[in-house]
Write a protein that binds this ligand. Structure first.
Ligand code: ZN
Length: 246
């Protein structure tokens, strides 16, 4: 996400007409007219807003429920519409302060008169179940990780780890990060596949000097404090990468 990319990279899959209409709004954020004739705002690879006929807008995070996505949406949503966050969930607030849960692909009226239809309610229930399932997978993974760290110590990154997790470019960014692929992460969660490269990436993602954290306590039992740090980093990593609100 932090890599700087050019206009032609960010808008590579647009038609020539759409590409020509593109204007830069903010960092990594472009506005263009899509082939249906709708004004569209793209952040990185995601069309986060498409202004539809009859005064509606389609919203999407592309799975990136991050501060930046929220900020961009709020910058370009007309009031009274605003995206808010409560604990780890996003909501969209409309006229009279009415709120409904946010989900990707939702269509809301620009006048802010939001009311959950039956279809939306069913979709919301579906999203909640999905989030809950993901939450559980992450928690079970973290439990298994904690147990393994306690019993057998810290696994070192190795060339035998998942390729998306262990292959890196010269700057140390993993292949998985570069390609934004999350399928491998999902399968690690399901299989409780614990490996050094993933923990390393998680530490790096959290802003730790991963090389340092992998250089300590090789032969000793890990301190609880260290175990907590590794587990927290991995949990945070999954939450970010799987598009869960942190
Ligand atoms: Zn992997």
């Amino acid at each position: 996400m932090s890599l700087y990319r050019t206009k032609s990279e960010l808008l590579r899959n647009l038609s020539e007409t759409a590409f020509k209409s593109a204007k830069k709004l903010e960092n990594n954020t472009w506005e263009y007219i899509n082939d249906a004739g709708n004004r569209t705002i793209r952040l990185h690879d995601t069309d986060i807003m498409e202004f539809l006929p009859r005064n509606k807008v389609r919203l999407s995070s592309g799975g990136w429920l991050t501060m930046t996505t929220k900020q961009r949406l709020n910058n370009h949503l007309p009031r009274p519409l605003v995206i808010s966050q409560d604990k780890r969930k996003w909501f969209i607030r409309g006229e009279g302060g009415k709120e409904i849960p946010f989900f990707d692909g939702m269509v809301v009226p620009l006048d802010g008169k939001i009311a959950p239809s039956k279809k939306i309610q069913a979709k919301i229930r579906g999203e909640e179940t999905k989030q809950k399932r993901l939450d559980k997978l992450v928690e079970n993974y973290c439990k298994a990780l904690r147990k393994q760290l306690r019993e057998t110590g810290l696994p070192m990154p190795s060339g035998g780890d998942c390729w998306f997790c262990c292959l890196r470019n010269e700057k140390g960014v993993s292949w998985g990060e570069l390609s934004s692929d999350t399928e491998h992460l999902m399968s690690h969660l399901k299989e409780k596949y614990i490996m050094g490269s993933l923990i390393f990436n998680a530490m790096q993602h959290r802003g730790y000097k991963a090389e340092f954290w992998f250089g300590i306590d090789q032969d000793k039992k890990l301190e609880d404090y260290h175990i907590d740090t590794y587990v927290r980093a991995v949990r945070n990593y999954y939450r970010t990468k799987m598009g869960m609100v942190r």
